[in-house]
Unconditional design. Structure first.
Length: 153
């Protein structure tokens, strides 16, 4: 009788967002989700129902937009959805890492080992090979004969 298991508390979306206040996050509602910001970093948190949340990739706020990390091999850059790109400084990366860790803890999400090692980037653009990331670049034998004739003239 005294070995009865208690049911775990099913968190609601509002409770999860309310829990972020103790971590100094600012929460702004946007439709079915919320924009969570702190110290120049931000992320969109979406309600999946049944107390589940989805955190879009956290990024640094650049001009009111959430910029994602892009690795060019020699340096990390911040790229906004509108296309603006600025170099990522060590201060940006430290704040972004702390933001992501505290956000996951505040929302009650699992913090994965490989993500807690440091910041991860969305794109890796190490080389300058054109069309490398395209689904299927045209191969020389697939180029139409008409194109070869026009090129020769």
């Amino acid at each position: 009788m005294f070995f009865r298991n208690q049911k775990p508390h099913q968190w609601t979306f509002e409770e999860r967002l309310g829990n972020l206040k103790q971590f100094r996050f600012e929460v702004g509602r946007q439709g079915a989700g919320a924009l969570v910001t702190r110290d120049g970093s931000g992320a969109m948190v979406k309600d999946l129902g049944n107390g589940q949340v989805k955190v879009d990739k956290a990024g640094v706020l650049v001009g009111g937009e959430i910029a994602k990390l892009v690795s060019r091999g020699y340096q990390m850059f911040l790229r906004t959805p509108s296309g603006k790109e600025v170099p990522a400084l060590a201060d940006h990366l430290k704040k972004l890492h702390a933001f992501d860790e505290d956000l996951r803890e505040g929302l009650g999400l699992t913090s994965l080992y490989n993500l807690s090692l440091g910041t991860t980037s969305d794109d890796h653009l190490y080389d300058r090979v054109e069309d490398r990331d395209e689904p299927h670049p045209p191969r020389p034998w697939e180029i139409k004969a008409e194109t070869k004739i026009k090129a020769a003239q």
